[in-house]
Design a protein around this ligand. Structure first.
Ligand code: ATP
Ligand code: MN
Ligand code: MN
Length: 371
């Protein structure tokens, strides 16, 4: 006989794409703390330490229950000495001293504030900090600083776009974009992607994929949609990037954060009257609308499944899909293709399920990808 089996011996995979992670997080007390440290390492460009905390957080998010004792994490992947020490503090004292210290650190606070502006990344935030700037008014009154248009809009609409977008607002924007697509081409294909496809309650923006069954036609799709939104008078900002896709050069041999599809990063004016239950912010100054960030990406239809998988996220889920493909299957996955290095061939896919099948992975639903 094998003797009594210990409880909860389910093996947790080191890959997020082999875990099912819903928005229900039973360990936010730990993962929130990890996120603070991950972010501070990101600001210092210590990518290894940043990734270590993001991976550990991702594992804890997938657990069906709360971690209560140090031994609960014994068999989990990605639990390093540092992550364990932080957890030990939280288990023993209810909070981590290191995290508390970071939260009251002036540099961390300032970089966090600056990077919360649309168009301001860690590099710019650090440059401003090193100039001695500590607040928005410092930045806005500093004569040596030239803001680009994206950053100008980031400050102009800061109150609105720093506030989370609700599901009802995302739905209203879906109708607006859908109407625009229908007016341009009756066989247009529109899909919600990003965090709202993963059934998150709130987002920092709303992400959509648009395409058409007619190859090549997708190139004029985004410019047409942008023009319509402009005509409607609801386009506040538009950063359009035309496609740089060259199928003969695929797959990209190194990891690229950006893909080559046509895309645009927008700020739209969303009328409260179009949102069921109203806008998610109080009506300041009686203004009946809210500025909202919207991303549109427009792949050719034969790349649709790859684009949808790549843009649904989460970022940690995407990272591990690619890592799994490379290390476990000798394949290269990106937002455009899946390439089998052993067979030396591209693997076609009509749906996300096809891609999971090519990778020999169980299908993970979008709402289970909140890694
Ligand atoms: P939220 O928007 O609520 O913060 P999210 O998961 O939707 O969460 P986004 O930043 O909107 O986060 O990104 C959604 C997905 O799109 C991610 O998986 C990300 O990898 C992908 N993505 C975002 N921007 C680009 C880009 N420029 N090129 C390629 N992929 C991108
Ligand atoms: Mn998003
Ligand atoms: Mn986005």
């Amino acid at each position: 006989s094998e003797g009594p089996t210990p409880t909860s011996v389910a093996i947790v995979s080191q890959y997020a794409c082999q875990r099912r992670t819903t928005i229900e997080n039973n360990n936010s007390i730990f993962t929130d703390a990890f996120e603070v440290l991950a972010e501070s390492y990101e600001f210092s460009e210590l990518e290894g330490q940043c990734l270590a905390f993001r991976r550990a957080a991702s594992v804890l998010k997938s657990l069906p229950c709360e971690v209560r004792r140090q031994e609960d994490i014994r068999d989990l992947p990605w639990m390093g000495e540092h992550t364990k020490a932080v957890m030990e503090d939280i288990l023993q004292y209810g909070h981590s001293f290191e995290v508390e210290r970071m939260l009251s650190d002036k540099k961390y606070q300032t970089l966090k504030l600056f990077t919360s502006v649309f168009g301001v990344g860690p590099k710019t935030a650090d440059k401003w900090y090193r100039k001695g700037l500590r607040s928005f008014s410092d930045v806005l009154t500093e004569p040596s600083i030239h803001l680009n248009r994206m950053q100008q809009m980031g400050f102009l609409y800061y109150e609105d776009i720093s506030r989370a977008v609700s599901k009802a607002e995302a739905r209203a924007l879906g109708s607006i974009i859908d109407e625009a697509v229908r007016a341009i081409t009756p066989d247009g294909i529109l899909a919600l992607t990003g965090g709202f496809r993963r059934e998150k309650e709130f987002g920092h923006d709303v992400d959509f994929i648009v395409t058409t069954p007619e190859p090549g036609r997708e190139n004029s799709l985004l410019p047409d949609i942008i023009e319509r939104l402009k005509q409607e008078g609801i386009l506040l900002y538009c950063d359009y990037q035309a496609s740089t896709l060259d199928i003969s050069k695929l797959p990209c041999p190194r990891f690229e954060a950006m893909d080559h599809f046509a895309k645009c990063f927008l700020i739209l004016q969303l009328e409260g009257s179009k949102v069921e239950g109203g806008l998610s912010r109080s009506k300041e100054g009686g203004r009946g609308w809210k500025a909202v960030r919207v991303d549109l990406v427009s792949p050719p239809v034969d790349r649709y499944a790859f684009a949808l998988l790549g843009w649904t996220g989460s970022r940690q889920f995407e990272r591990d899909l690619r890592r799994f493909a490379r290390l476990e299957r000798q394949m290269v996955l990106d937002n455009h293709t899946l390439y089998d290095k052993t067979k030396k061939e591209f693997l076609a896919a009509q749906t996300e399920k096809d891609i999971f099948a090519h990778l020999g992975l169980e299908y993970i639903e979008p709402w289970q990808r909140n890694a």
